[in-house]
Design a protein around this ligand. Structure first.
Ligand code: ZN
Length: 101
């Protein structure tokens, strides 16, 4: 199952990075409790993986990312489209990143 992780400022927090304390809301492409639990474990591992070289919150992708990794825009992933995630925010972030680069 694919999940979408969005950095959270506190309105919804599903998982906290054990290394830096960054908060994330997690959106699932499906809502099966057993799969959600294993997906959260995968997110936990991915968060730790981001910190291989950098122990600060800057190690994480800005905005959103998918687990398992997805090469396309985060707001176009299956998890983003199927989970009811606030993808308008992701699209806005993507547009801002394009303007900034
Ligand atoms: Zn972290």
């Amino acid at each position: 199952m694919q999940v979408l992780c969005m950095a959270s400022s506190g309105d919804r927090v599903d998982i906290v990075c054990p290394a830096c304390g960054q908060k994330y809301a997690v959106y699932y492409s499906r809502q099966l409790t057993a799969e959600c639990e294993s997906a959260l474990a995968a997110v936990h591992a991915a968060l730790l993986g981001h910190h291989e070289k950098d122990q600060t919150a800057a190690a994480h992708p800005s905005g959103a990312f998918n687990v398992p990794e997805w090469k396309g825009p985060a707001h176009m992933s299956g998890a983003a489209l199927l989970s009811g995630a606030p993808i308008h925010r992701l699209a806005d972030n993507a547009a801002e990143e394009r303007l900034a680069s």
